[in-house]
Each structure stands twice: as C-alpha cells, then as structure tokens.
Design a binder for this molecule. Structure first.
Ligand SMILES: [Zn+2]
Length: 187
C-alpha cells in the first residue's frame, strides 16, 4: 500500500485514496479503477467538486464504492444505480435542468484492447493468474487514462411518477405498487 502511495504524485488522488480505504476496507484494484474513471468523467463533463453526479455502475464489485464515498452518490439517494453485468464500466452524468428529457453523460469502460499493452495488469483483468493488487494498481498508475475507452451518450432523465402505495393483500404491509399488483414482491 505504501509502495503504491509513493508512486502517485496527484495530491487530489492521494486524498481520495485516504477516504476510500476506510470505507471500502482496503485499496482494491477495482476501487482504484473507479477513482480513475471518476477523474476522467470530471474532466470530460466539467464536473466541479460539489456538483451532484449520477452514476451507473455495471458491476457490484468494488467499482461503486469511490462514487459513494467521494461524491455521495448512493443507492438510497438515487445517485447510484447498479447494473449487475459484471463489467468494468460506468456511466456518469450531472443532474438535469427542469424540463430536460435527456442529459449528456459519458460511458467509460476498461478496454481489454488497451490493457493488453500492460501485461501485468491485463493478466489481472483477464484473471489469467493471481496478480497482487499492488502490482495491478502500479500498472494502472503508469497507464493513467490509456487503458480506458469512453463515449458520450444521451442519458434519459427519469420521470417522477406518483407513488401508488397499497396494502399487500397477503401480508397487510404497505408497499409501492409498480405494476398495479395487490401483492408485495416479498409475498
Ligand atoms: Zn406482502
């Protein structure tokens, strides 16, 4: 861990690592990828420090944590959505202005056609052998943006529908009915 820290000369990233480690438990390669993706998105979309962002992570593994701890984008506040695709990819956009139906976002993914130039890291990514996090992250620090591919996309702004609250016909507890059902999903 200290060996990794010594290789990073970006003070912002160092302070981000300080916050991510206690939250995530340690600096995993996936969490570090999240940090790099966040940095790229902030640059591409001109996101400032205090601006709210909306994040869709395409994996449950590691990647979501930097966005939760550093940007306050959580599942509970709808700042974070998870698509359980087991892909190292993330889509990020800012909040929409009233009346906007779409907002510019960026989808960033860890590109195997690019990671192949960093053999140790590529071996971690493709799970060809056991690669310690320290080694994988060292390669990522060297690579910087060079292992990522991104494209700008138009993200649809979700429309707020009135909540249809009902009492479940089976358990009697209240729930929000999404499809007109009288029974909660638990029953
Ligand atoms: Zn029920």
């Amino acid at each position: 861990m200290d060996k990794i820290i010594a290789k990073i000369d970006d003070p912002e990233m160092l302070s981000q690592i300080d916050k991510v480690v206690p939250f995530h438990g340690y600096l995993s390669t996936g969490a570090f990828i999240g940090l790099q993706m966040l940095k790229i998105a902030c640059r591409l979309l001109d996101i400032n420090e205090n601006e709210r962002i909306f994040v869709t992570c395409e994996t449950l593994n590691c990647l979501p944590d930097p966005f939760q701890i550093l940007r306050g984008s959580t599942i509970g506040n709808k700042g974070l959505k998870i698509l359980d695709y087991d892909k190292m990819a993330v889509t990020i956009n800012k909040g929409a202005e009233p009346g906007q139906s779409h907002i510019k976002g960026v989808r960033i993914f860890l590109d195997p056609a690019k990671t192949v130039k960093y053999p140790v890291f590529h071996a971690w990514y493709m799970n060809e052998r056991k690669v310690p996090h320290e080694e994988a992250i060292s390669e990522l620090i060297k690579a910087g943006d060079a292992v990522y591919t991104w494209e700008f996309i138009e993200v649809p702004v979700p429309v707020k529908a009135k909540k249809d609250v009902r009492l479940c016909a089976v358990c009697g507890e209240s729930f929000i009915s999404k499809d007109g059902s009288d029974t909660c999903k638990g029953c």
